[in-house]
Design a protein. Structure first.
Ligand SMILES: *Cc1c(COP(=O)(O)O)cnc(C)c1O
Length: 394
């Protein structure tokens, strides 16, 4: 039968029926180890009891009332996010792109407040910020932008992990109001910058009065071993966006602001019908509570180290593997040639992985993965890589 869904995704020919922790089962009851978590969304794994309970309890009471009224769970979630992030306030929405839209609007208000008519944001090459017109204009990937011109004005792209490039753009341009950056580029190929990259951007923003906007949509909610990845650098951005794992699968996004950035979005300037509704917020509260109660984030660094250590040792003689790196449970394995077909071979072997930037295998397993599952993941994957990179066996 032909599908009536617009073909915006190249989908694998599997459909999942149910999940439990790191496991998924398809319609034929075949089991898969999920090392992608629905693209960094299901950090607590599938069908987590606390998430399930929060959804049931809230749906029994109330799903939605709109932001024309107070929402207790939204207040409580904002309080939790503020405590955890050291930011000042939050705007709630339903996705990552929407969180970045709010961030971009704040940056533009900030520029206009200083009399800059055409405020401009520095963004990075190979970045990914979403698919709406503003966020795809911010995205530093011509493939994402192709066919959608005219793009939104007001973004200048510089290479990632390149402070002099930012400095030179700032020196030549007096309309720059903000710098938008991912702590690690996820879609761009798990690109981990120099340790002090974010500190240097923070410093530049302070010196020039620019807003530092950190897109933590993929790196946030514990993925890298801190609640937010910028906490590895002991800095506070002016704006931080989160989404993906915040609701463990229930759509929710948030734009967090600090200091001068926190007072710009006032009544009538922005909004969202669904944003921060009772269902999404009580689910997110359960997610945060579970992360704390089970000390999940504290274990992320050792689990990530275990995975890279095992993979490095299993693949140490494989010359086609050029790099294995991680920050917490965000893991990249570079091969020396395009390897998109590994996704299909892995799926046939009951393992769900992703390949991004053509040659980079990306792993984003649920944060609750245990050592036995890590062993299975790394043995299976290293065997698949060996077979893939050994021509005679192909
Ligand atoms: C996924 C992602 C987005 C977009 O989020 P959506 O919820 O798909 O709109 C933006 N930025 C980064 C870094 C992402 O990984």
């Amino acid at each position: 039968m032909t599908s009536h869904i617009m073909p915006t995704y190249g989908r694998l020919p599997i459909t999942f029926e149910r999940g439990d922790g790191v496991w998924l089962w398809d319609q034929t009851d075949k089991r898969y180890l999920d090392a992608l978590s629905g693209i960094a969304v299901c950090n607590l794994g599938h069908a987590h009891p606390s998430v399930h309970q929060a959804i049931c309890a809230q749906s029994e009471k109330l799903l939605h009332t709109s932001n024309l009224y107070g929402i207790a769970s939204q207040e409580a979630l904002a309080d939790q996010l503020i405590i955890k992030s050291e930011m000042d306030n939050v705007f709630f929405c339903n996705s990552g792109a929407e969180a970045n839209e709010a961030a971009i609007k704040i940056a533009r208000l900030y520029g206009h407040q200083q009399g800059i008519d055409k405020p401009c944001i520095i963004a990075m090459e190979k970045s990914f910020h979403g698919r709406t017109l503003a966020t795809l204009s911010a995205t530093g990937n011509p493939k994402v932008q192709e066919g959608f011109s005219p793009l939104l004005e007001g973004f200048l792209h510089v290479p990632y992990n390149d402070i002099p490039a930012i400095e030179s753009v700032i020196a030549k341009n007096n309309t720059i109001v903000a710098i938008l950056v991912e702590p690690i580029q996820g879609e761009g190929g798990v690109n981990i910058p120099a340790y002090n990259y974010l500190n240097q951007i923070r410093q530049l923003c302070d010196q020039r009065g620019l807003l530092m906007i950190i897109d933590e949509i993929q790196t946030g909610i514990g993925r890298t071993g801190k609640f937010l990845a910028y906490q590895h650098n002991s800095i506070i951005p002016d704006i931080c966006t989160v989404a993906k794992a915040l609701g463990n699968g229930v759509p929710i996004g948030a734009c967090l602001a600090h200091g001068k950035a926190a007072s710009l979005l006032t009544a009538g300037k922005h909004g969202s019908t669904f944003g921060g509704n009772p269902l999404a917020c009580s689910t997110a509260l359960a997610v945060l509570e579970t992360l704390d109660k089970d000390n999940i984030i504290q274990q992320v660094e050792s689990k990530g180290a275990e995975i890279t250590k095992r993979l490095s040792s299993l693949l140490k003689n494989n010359t086609s593997v050029s790099n294995i790196r991680n920050k917490g449970l965000m893991i990249g394995i570079d091969l020396d040639s395009p390897c998109a077909e590994l996704v299909t071979t892995a799926q046939e072997h009951g393992l769900l992985i992703n390949v991004t930037a053509e040659k980079t295998i990306r792993l984003l397993p649920p944060l609750i993965i245990n050592s036995e599952q890590i062993e299975l993941l790394t043995t299976t994957l290293s065997q698949l890589i060996e077979e893939f990179t050994t021509p005679c066996k192909k």
